[in-house]
Design a protein around this ligand. Structure first.
Ligand code: SAM
Length: 176
C-alpha cells in the first residue's frame, strides 16, 4: 500500500493545496492520505469525492505526524527539490516497496530538518522549486510506471463515461 503524508496543513491556509494533494493521491493510485494539522475541510472534500467516485481510499487528519514517520513499517520517501533525482532512485524505491508499504511525504512551507533525516529517500522531481501536487503526481506515476492510470474503482455512485467532447456522468449500480 502507498500512504501519503501531507505536512503543514493549517486551518484556512493551504486548504486547496491540501485537498489537491489528497485528490491526486487518490486518483493516481495511493491508498491513504494523512493530513498533519487541524483542518477538517480538505479531509471532507476527499472523503466526499471517494464516496461519489469510488475507492478504496482512506483519509485521516493527525496532529502528531512524527510517530507515523518514525514508526512506519516500510520505506519513507520525502519529496523535496533538494533530494536525489527521481529518475536515479525510482527503481531502488520500487524494489524496496515490493513487499512493504511505502510512505510518501510532501510539505507545504518550510519542512523541518528532522523529516529529511527520518526519510529513507529524499527525492527530487527536478531540483527546481515547484509544488507538492506536481511532485506527488510525477512521483506516483514513476512509481507505478503508468499502471495507476487504469485503476479499478469500487463502491462508486457514479462514473465518467469518457467522451471526445462534452461531459457524461452516469450512475453505477450502487448509485441508483
Ligand atoms: N521551500 C520549502 C522547503 O524548503 O521546505 C518547500 C516549499 S514547496 C512550495 C512545498 C512542497 O512541494 C515541498 O515540501 C515538497 O514536498 C514539494 N516540492 C516542491 N518542489 C519540489 C521538487 N522539485 N521535487 C520534489 N518535491 C518538490
Amino acid at each position: 500500500a502507498v500512504h501519503v503524508l501531507r505536512l503543514g496543513h493549517r486551518p484556512g491556509r493551504d486548504e486547496r493545496m491540501s485537498s489537491h494533494v489528497g485528490l491526486t493521491a487518490r486518483a493516481l493510485g495511493a491508498d491513504r492520505v494523512v493530513f498533519a494539522g487541524e483542518a477538517a475541510g480538505p479531509e471532507e472534500t476527499v472523503a466526499d469525492i471517494t464516496e461519489r467516485f469510488g475507492g478504496p481510499f482512506e483519509v485521516e487528519v493527525t496532529d502528531a505526524y512524527r510517530p507515523l514517520l518514525e514508526e512506519f513499517p516500510g520505506p519513507v520517501v520525502h519529496l523535496t527539490m533538494y533530494g536525489l533525482p527521481v529518475e536515479e532512485v525510482e527503481a531502488e524505491i520500487r524494489n524496496s516497496h515490493r513487499d512493504q508499504p511505502l510512505l510518501v511525504v510532501v510539505g507545504a512551507e518550510k519542512v523541518s530538518f528532522d523529516v529529511y533525516e527520518a526519510a529513507d529517500y529524499n527525492v527530487a522531481v527536478t531540483n527546481q522549486p515547484h509544488s507538492e501536487v506536481a511532485s506527488l503526481a510525477v512521483f506516483l506515476d514513476r512509481l507505478f510506471e503508468g499502471r495507476e492510470l487504469d485503476r479499478e474503482w469500487t463502491d462508486a455512485e457514479c462514473r465518467v463515461v469518457p467522451k471526445a467532447r462534452g461531459k457524461r456522468v452516469e450512475p453505477t449500480d450502487n448509485g441508483e
